[in-house]
Design a protein around this ligand. Structure first.
Ligand code: DCP
Ligand code: MG
Ligand code: MN
Length: 339
């Protein structure tokens, strides 16, 4: 598909791989590195097979596949499922883990620590653990942050921000990226790129961002700040509502400051999806180049363990089309950047 190194799964073992992958995901979540790696290796081996592996005997003959996994492969093919996966999914700790991981600003490590300390609910956390301000906010607005934002609302919120931005600096451009730019009918949050053609550093946009967030806060659009450029350089994360609407849901909103010289690379990064980004970056690195949210670079020197030794020299940053062209990848409209 399009030469980006993304392949569709027409493997004869696709169903087996799918179920083993769910088990691997579970072991990632429970930090069982040993099982995680056994499942990953097995999946890797199955991917390389041109025929369907249906029995214990066929599976056990393959490299790295041991007794237990061979049994599981046979069970999957015979029953189109796996009892162990059902057990795992009905393990209450797994659900608690997922509940905790759905709190804004809580990662797997934090969530798993809480599970292991025996906490089983959000109420538990509120009563018994010390939470950061953002985690508290994440719990207070737990259901709201998990509520998808309909596309029309993203458009309306976008127009509100655009009007405010243009009134502060008419040369600033406001682009909605993320899942919205990919054409999604609903989004988890709203991702804005704020850019100005003439700029070469996001520093030049900091003053504008401060005016914008101050203004949007004053008019009741921004209702919380979660992360500001003083922590990150070019990112502002927070929450917003459309003013004047009764009982409006708090929405997650992200601003990314992008100098004009980096707009193309930033567009690719902030449009995603994340899997597409990983695959197009991998493609660049296979050419000995490097793609990040600032640009496409060549002459990247790497030492032992592929450790990068220099920045490389810039091929293109400003133009999204030119980055695709330089990589030799046919242009992919944002709607098709879903993996
Ligand atoms: N991104 C990435 N890698 C990540 C997270 C994000 O490359 N680990 C990039 C690709 C995403 C973009 O940033 O498309 C915006 O991130 P979001 O988390 O907002 O994801 P989406 O907008 O794609 O989806 P959602 O509708 O859930 O917000
Ligand atoms: Mg998003
Ligand atoms: Mn986002």
């Amino acid at each position: 598909t399009g030469g980006t190194g993304i392949t569709t799964d027409s493997n004869p073992n696709a169903r087996t791989i799918e179920i083993l992958q769910k088990m691997a995901d579970y072991y990632v979540e429970t930090k069982d590195h040993w099982r995680q790696s056994a499942y990953r290796k097995t999946i890797g081996v199955l991917r390389k097979q041109n025929t369907k592996i249906s029995s214990y005997d066929e599976a056990i003959r393959l490299p790295t596949i041991g007794h237990r996994l061979a049994l599981k492969i046979e069970e999957i093919v015979l029953t189109n499922g796996l009892r162990r996966l059902n057990d795992v999914v009905s393990d209450p700790r797994f659900h608690v883990l997922q509940t905790f991981m759905n709190i804004y600003c809580v990662g797997i490590n934090q969530a798993w620590n809480w599970v292991q300390q025996g906490h089983t609910s959000l109420e538990d956390l509120k009563a018994h653990v010390s939470l950061t301000k953002n985690q508290q906010l994440g719990i207070e607005h737990y259901d709201e942050f998990l509520t998808r934002i309909p596309r029309e609302e993203v458009t309306a919120l976008g127009n509100f921000v655009r009007d405010a931005a243009v009134s502060i600096d008419p040369k600033v451009e406001v682009i909605i990226g993320g899942s919205y730019r990919r054409g999604a009918s609903s989004s988890g949050d709203i991702d804005f790129i704020l850019t100005k053609r003439s700029t070469t550093s996001s520093q030049e946009l900091l003053e504008f961002l401060t005016s914008l967030t101050n203004h949007l806060t004053k008019v009741g659009f921004l209702v919380a700040a979660l992360l500001t450029p003083s922590q990150t350089g070019s990112k502002w994360h927070g929450c917003c509502v459309l003013p004047g609407i009764l009982k409006s849901i708090w929405r997650r909103i992200d601003f990314l400051l992008v100098p004009g010289s980096e707009l193309g690379a930033a567009l690719i990064y902030f449009t995603g999806d994340d899997i597409f980004n990983r695959s197009i970056r991998l493609l660049a690195s296979k050419k000995g180049w490097r793609l990040n949210q600032r640009g496409l670079y060549k002459d990247v020197l790497r030492g032992p363990g592929r450790v990068r030794l220099n920045e490389g020299s810039l091929i293109e940053g400003a133009d999204e089309n030119k980055i695709f062209a330089a990589l030799g990848v046919p242009w992919r409209p944002p709607e098709q950047r879903i993996c």
